[in-house]
Write a protein that binds this ligand. Structure first.
Ligand code: GLP
Length: 244
């Protein structure tokens, strides 16, 4: 779906999420959301916060799982995704703290494998993700599933692509400060979501959106695996769709 601008598109996506939360609430169910970081979803979170404050949207029945976190990374670090999510969403809504799950960037290395399989198991225990929000990196990554990621991959640690580290460098005040690793939900984990919405804004994303939507399905561009998912929508602004 192509929108005139990203702000309007973000509002439409936020309203879809709010509808799902209310629907689940009305049937006494939890709403299991997979959430993303980066600049793309910021306006969606802003609208959800507005709906909480002005329209009485409650997040008491919402359980969230974030896609990824740098590794190693402390929660307090302002570059952490933990910090980002609290700053943009969790600090401003009524979600119970125990319902928030973000990969822990300080898990000791020897516990990482077990930690990651527990993360997947917890998602499954809640009946899977009802809705997964995604951005896309210029390498074609979703979460931090860099080129080479298997279509059936699980939550795990991953080495970041050079392009990804270049793109993150400004936020870290130089590429040398960008972590080399991350923890990410796997492609298999993401693909199990009942509904997926991928956001992409701006000309910077036009090339990778073309490859993702029109290219052959391949581990070289992990986002192409979404072509096989039965309920995925790419929400684009005009600039991101300009190569299609
Ligand atoms: C990071 C995140 C991704 C995100 C991507 C794009 O690499 N791990 O989940 O989609 O950045 O970020 P932006 O939305 O700022 O372009």
């Amino acid at each position: 779906v192509i929108f005139k601008d990203s702000s309007l598109a973000s509002i439409v996506v936020a309203h879809e999420i709010a509808r799902l939360i209310r629907q689940k609430h009305d049937s006494n169910d939890n709403c299991i959301l997979g959430l993303a970081t980066g600049s793309s979803p910021i306006r969606v979170y802003e609208e959800l916060v507005r709906m909480h404050k002005e329209d009485g949207l409650s997040f008491e029945n919402v359980i969230t799982f974030n896609l990824d976190e740098y590794y190693p990374m402390t929660k307090e670090n302002i570059q952490s995704y933990h910090y980002f999510m609290h700053e943009h969403l969790f600090n401003h809504i009524d979600i119970p703290a125990k319902n928030v799950h973000i990969p822990d960037g300080m898990v000791p290395m020897h516990d990482l494998n077990q930690y990651c399989s527990q993360y997947d198991a917890l998602i499954d225990k809640h009946g899977g993700l009802d809705f997964q929000l995604l951005g896309i990196g210029r390498t074609g990554h979703i979460g931090f599933n860099e080129p080479g990621s298997h279509y059936n991959s699980k939550t795990r640690s991953i080495t970041l692509d050079h392009i990804t580290r270049v793109d993150a460098a400004p936020a870290f005040l130089g590429i040398d400060n960008v972590p080399r690793k991350a923890i990410t939900m796997g492609i298999g984990t993401i693909k199990k979501a009942k509904r997926i919405v991928l956001l992409a804004w701006g000309t910077n994303k036009a090339e990778i959106i073309k490859e993702t939507v029109e290219g052959e399905i391949s581990s070289e561009v992990p986002a192409t695996y979404l072509q096989e998912h039965p309920n995925t929508t790419f929400v684009l602004d005009r600039a991101a769709s300009s190569e299609l």
